[in-house]
Each structure stands twice: as C-alpha cells, then as structure tokens.
Design a binder for this molecule. Structure first.
Ligand code: SF4
Length: 334
C-alpha cells in the first residue's frame, strides 16, 4: 500500500497558514491524493486544488497551474528527491510503498549466485527507496557484495529517473549486474541501456523477477532506426518543452546551430505536451528533435522521427560522417 506523508503536509499548513493549497502527483496516486485533499479541507477549511494534468516527475511540477489558481503552496506528492522542495512555494511530499521485496529478493540472489554473479548494484525509484537497505541485507546474507551507488543532483543514493542514472555509474566497473526494485520496465530498461549491463527488475506485487535486456534492445533498435529515418530530412523541428523542469532553450539553440552547419533548416517550437496529435499540425517538418524529456520519442510512437538529445547528437555525427558511439551509454540523457 502507498503511504503519503500527510503529517508533513499538515505540519506545514499549520506553520504557514496558507489561504489555499494545490496538490499534484502521478496519475497512479490520484485516488490517494484526493483522499489527502479531503483531509486537508476538513482539517483546515481552506480550498484545496487538485491539479489534474499529468505530472511525470520532479521535472513536471505544474507550477504555472498552481500560480493561476492562486495556491500559496504546491505540494508535489510521490516524487521524493534529495531536496525538500523548490523555493518556499513547492514542497515535495514522500509517498512510500510498504510492499516488501524479501521473498523475491532471496530467490533472485540464489539465481545470481548460480550464474556466478558476486557483485550487484541496487537501484530504485522514489516509492521504494526505504526498501533498499533491507534488500541489501538479503543479498549480503546470501553471500553477495552489494553497492548502492552515490546520488547526484536531485537523485538520492540508489535512485534513478527515467533519464538520469548517476548512481548506476558511480561504481560501474565493479558491478556484475543491476537489480532494480520496482515494477517499472521503463526505469529498469533505462538502466540497462545507460549501463550496458544485465539488469533485473524485482516486482514486489507479483513477487517475480525479470531480466530486461530484450526490452532495452528493442528500445535501442527503435531509437537507432529513428535516427537513420531522419538522415534525409530537410527541415527539422526542435521542440522546447514549456514545463519548467524540462525547459532547455539553451540546448535547443545549440542544436539549431549544429543542424544549420550540416545544411538542415530548423524551426523552433514551444510545446507543453508533446504528442503525435500535436505533431500533425507541423506537416512541412520532416523530423523532430525534442529537448524536454528524453523518453518521449524513445517510449512512444510517432509517425515522423522524434529524436531525444543523444539521438540528435548521433544524427549530427552521422551527417558529418563521424563515428557514432553507443548513444545511450551516459549517466544523463540530456
Ligand atoms: S524521464 Fe522525462 S519525466 Fe522522467 S525525469 Fe526525465 S525528463 Fe522527467
């Protein structure tokens, strides 16, 4: 069961006495967030606005919506990061899953020892961070050596985002394989792509483990295909995400210069939600590069190439007839 740190919300409201507050978080937590909103409204008798737009991470905080609604504090629920918030207005609220990994972790430890793996690195996303130490003990009791990689920027130790994998790279050479805690092929396949090492996903709900190489290989194949489809493009649309945590105008302008040097025309586009439907209105553009969220084009289907920053850099290298290295073997994909 997911547990939201409602006590922290109550404490902050008692201290600051706002006239209204806003709540947002991922779609999967929305029913819990609505319960939290009811509790706040009953306890403090102030308007509580639930922001119903998508909220993919700490990069996607919906601050504009909170400002337009006039909410004095925006509580972002379920995206634990190494910081408590952004300024006074945005407060990050933890939401933790209490489902244990013990049984499936023991089974995977046995399997890895049978394969002669001795050094594992544990990774996870925010809702399972509190389980890392317990799973570490289980693997160590089985006789394995365990690493929990150092966090960096917004990432805590052992934590990854879908585009940021610093803890996976902190002791990469010493690690035989990665074990990702959580039911997310999105994140675990990202780890496999970013590190090039075998990655196992531990699912606490079904108590199953899965090796995600085939998912990662499929994403890689699709990403490379998109790059080669863009080679003959005359006009490239560079999309700048308007969400505050995904805003990368400088990167867009750098890429614009690079594309123009290799003879491509560039059109700059500002957009909040980058979807296939919105792309339909740009019929004269042959290929898109988006500098918002690296996973948009990798994990979703677009009719025309929709390249992330590493893919765009690879395209430029191909057009310059330079060799292309493994494009996702990076700790950060922006
Ligand atoms: S993968 Fe996309 S949504 Fe996730 S943290 Fe990175 S930019 Fe944000």
């Amino acid at each position: 069961m997911i547990l939201i740190d409602n006590q922290k919300i109550f404490r902050i409201i008692e201290e600051r006495k706002p006239k209204s507050v806003a709540l947002d978080g991922p779609d999967g937590l929305m029913s819990k967030i609505q319960e939290t909103a009811d509790m706040i409204a009953d306890k403090f008798e102030i308007p509580v606005y639930i922001i119903g737009d998508t909220c993919w991470g700490s990069c996607d905080l919906n601050t504009h919506a909170a400002n337009v609604l006039g909410a004095e504090i925006l509580f972002n629920i379920g995206h634990t990061i190494s910081m408590d918030g952004f300024g006074k207005e945005i407060v990050m609220i933890d939401a933790y899953e209490d489902m244990p990994f013990d049984e499936v972790a023991r089974r995977l430890a046995t399997e890895l020892l049978n394969r002669n793996y001795k050094n594992v690195s544990l990774l996870t996303i925010s809702q399972h961070l509190r389980q890392l130490e317990n799973v570490r003990k289980i693997f160590e009791q089985s006789g394995m050596s365990v690493t929990i990689g150092r966090g960096k920027g917004q990432l805590n130790d052992g934590q990854v985002f879908g585009c940021e994998f610093y803890p996976a790279h902190s002791e990469l050479d010493e690690v035989d394989c990665f074990v990702f805690l959580g039911q997310s092929t999105f994140h675990s396949a990202g780890v496999a792509l970013s590190t090039g090492k075998q990655t196992f996903m531990l699912d606490p709900y079904f108590q199953e483990y899965t090796e995600v190489s085939s998912v990662a290989e499929e994403l890689h194949r699709k990403a490379i295909l998109s790059i080669y489809k863009a080679v003959d493009a005359h006009m490239v649309g560079i999309i700048i995400g308007i969400k505050d945590g995904q805003f990368a105008k400088t990167r867009a302008l750098e890429l614009k210069k690079e594309f123009e040097k290799v003879g491509m025309k560039v059109r700059l586009i500002g957009l909040t939600e980058i979807t296939e439907e919105r792309m339909q209105i740009f019929s004269h553009i042959d290929a898109f590069v988006q500098v918002a969220c690296p996973r948009i084009g990798i994990d979703n289907h677009f009719k025309k190439p929709m390249l992330s920053v590493p893919q765009a850099r690879a395209l430029i290298r191909i057009l310059k007839k330079e060799p292309v290295e493994d494009i996702f073997r990076l700790s950060h994909w922006l």
